[in-house]
Write a protein that binds this ligand. Structure first.
Ligand SMILES: Cc1ncc(COP(=O)(O)O)c(C=O)c1O
Length: 422
């Protein structure tokens, strides 16, 4: 049997895989130069153009470019008047931002478990978690997978709740031919480096609601009124902040948006190539396509059969890393190692200003606990789902072949050892 690199054997690959670099080309460079030549760096004409292009692409009335995909969600929640005593239901299998923006409004995140196949929020569990304090639901299209938006919207409508989509990882994904980000009252996207379209830092908001749009706009720009522009500079009628995006980032975003369909196609092609190459390898399972829509590939994740492999996620990740096909940064802790509800900020109910607010708040009057065993599917996914790689446009066929070969080598060695020890 061939020797694993982690045990001193030859690694499958000796040079690093193409890094998760942003796909920046001549278009981005010339549009940034144009913006620089204009000598107006804070948001103005280029941001307007970027927003118009976003609204057109998604077929919505309003798009707003903002500083990142966290504050985009926070601005929406602030404009929705979420506050102390309110609950919002979201998934524990997500990046911290989704839950922390709820806390930023002094409201309480309540988690609902995920669908084990698609890793997105389970609408039936959402329904079970609704209380008299629930105001809204935040479904997340994790890895690029569209959630079951039909059932989620039904649950929301039936219970008079709003839906805000965290679509940070999924521009271009669809639910029954309708783009993710066009359901609910508003949606939020991130364009941080590494995301499908990237502006370094950045995000955007989509909404069809005129009034909500004006309120989000005002909140993100120091309570100014959009129609008065800078003329309304020194009148602050509401709590407010500055979440604006710059012209430079808008220029990059505009150039990236024009290439979005091309990026999506390359990512899907790379992902399909990987799936064809690994689908028969014992002990690992490629990502699933949902029956309700079309996913995009922000990330390519695989499910490990830990029993068959006789190894933990981390042991498998380390073996892959020494074969040269997995990012060594994630071998001490893989991506999404712990679901949100088991992170210390929740288990210890760390509040603001060294208090337990918003958990122990006079407006809440309830007790919430975050404990092991509450969301078994999410807890299991943190143990057996490996975020393998981004199938980004710089990945070539030869690179993907190395990944397939390394997966085959590691999985075969582990499964054979495991079956002979049984
Ligand atoms: C699901 C999800 N939500 C929110 C965010 C926050 O976006 P940002 O990093 O732009 O603040 C990210 C990514 O970073 C994310 O993956």
């Amino acid at each position: 049997m061939e020797k694993l690199a982690i045990e001193g054997g030859e690694p499958v690959r000796k040079k690093p895989l193409p890094a998760e670099a942003d796909s920046i080309g001549d278009e981005e460079i010339s549009m940034v130069l144009e913006a620089l030549k204009d000598k107006r760096l804070r948001r103005s004409a280029v941001a307007d153009e970027y927003e118009a292009a976003l609204a057109k692409y998604f077929g919505v009335k309003h798009a707003l470019a903002v500083a990142n995909g966290t504050v985009s969600m926070h601005a929406i929640l602030a404009a929705l008047d979420l506050g102390p005593g309110d609950e919002v239901i979201t998934t524990p299998y997500t990046f911290v931002a989704t839950a922390s923006v709820v806390l930023m409004q002094n409201a309480i995140p309540i988690f609902a478990d995920i669908d084990p196949d698609y890793l997105t929020i389970d609408p039936e569990d959402v329904e079970r978690k609704i209380s008299e304090r629930t105001k809204g639901i935040i479904p997340v299209s994790i890895t690029g997978q569209p959630p079951d938006m039909g059932s989620t919207m039904e649950v929301a409508e039936h219970n008079h709740l709003w839906v805000m989509e965290d679509a940070a990882q999924s521009p271009g994904a669809t639910y029954k031919d309708r783009l993710i980000g066009t359901f609910g009252v508003a949606s939020s996207f991130s364009t941080i480096s590494g995301k499908i379209i990237a502006t370094g830092e950045g995000g955007f908001i989509l909404t069809d609601d005129d009034d909500l749009y004006e309120r989000i706009w005002s909140y993100h720009n120091f309570a100014r009124k959009r129609e008065l522009g800078w003329a309304s500079k020194y009148f602050w009628g509401i709590p407010c902040t500055n979440y604006r995006l710059t012209e430079i980032q808008s220029a990059i975003g505009l150039a990236q948006l024009r290439k979005l369909d091309q990026f999506l196609e390359i990512r899907s092609r790379n992902a399909e190539y990987l799936t064809r190459g690994i689908k028969d390898i014992e002990g690992i399972e490629p990502p699933k396509e949902p029956p309700w829509g079309k996913r995009v590939y922000y990330y390519y994740v695989i499910k490990l059969d830990l029993g068959k492999l006789g190894a933990s996620l981390l042991e498998f990740a380390k073996a892959l890393s020494t074969e040269g096909v997995y990012d060594y940064h994630y071998t001490t802790t893989t991506r999404v190692p712990v679901p949100c509800h088991l992170q210390e900020m929740f288990t210890k109910k760390v509040g603001y200003g060294k208090t337990k607010c918003p958990y122990e708040c006079q407006y809440y009057g309830k007790t919430v606990e975050y404990k092991k065993g509450q969301h078994p599917n999410a807890e299991r996914a943190c143990k057996d789902v490996l975020w393998l790689l981004e199938p980004h446009p710089l990945m070539m066929k030869e690179d993907l072949d190395d990944v397939i070969n390394a997966l085959e080598k590691v999985a075969r060695t582990f499964t054979r050892r495991q079956s002979s020890s049984n």
